[in-house]
Design a protein around this ligand. Structure first.
Ligand SMILES: [Zn+2]
Ligand SMILES: [Zn+2]
Length: 135
């Protein structure tokens, strides 16, 4: 992927990311469902150094099932979820496909937390499904 760009709904937060994401996945965990207000989150993991964010973010410190923290960052103006940093994945930053300027280029390769996927969600493709976070 070339440089990708994106931003929040109101436009106060913008970001760019360089290079290919280390992973692209779909997360069905209840916390992503709640935060997104949707059935799942489409997440792209990048090295922190590859991502530049302009604009102010607010942080909500969430707890994963590892007991470790997740820092969920969002636009304080419009509430769009922008990035997540996870203590168990140091050096990585997670972006959400829905905030990209062109989400059509995103190709998820796996689904995680399928144990809490909504029963009516059925996605095409050949994605591997993990009941929780793969080890
Ligand atoms: Zn905003
Ligand atoms: Zn999740």
């Amino acid at each position: 992927m070339p440089e990708i760009s994106g931003g929040c709904l109101c436009g106060k937060v913008r970001f760019t990311a360089n290079g290919d994401p280390g992973f692209v996945g779909i997360c069905h965990c209840r916390n992503c469902q709640r935060q997104s207000g949707s059935a799942f989150a489409v997440v792209l993991g990048f090295p922190v150094a590859a991502v530049a964010v302009q604009g102010e973010l607010k942080t909500y410190t969430d707890t994963g099932d590892s007991g470790k923290s997740l820092f969920r960052r969002f636009c304080p103006e419009c509430g769009s979820s922008i990035s997540t940093e996870v203590e168990v994945m140091p050096g990585m930053i997670i972006l959400k496909a829905g905030t990209l300027d062109d989400p059509s280029t995103v190709k998820p390769m796996m689904q995680i937390y399928c144990d809490s996927a909504q029963p009516w969600v059925s996605l095409g493709g050949e994605m591997k499904c993990f009941p929780k976070m793969p080890g």
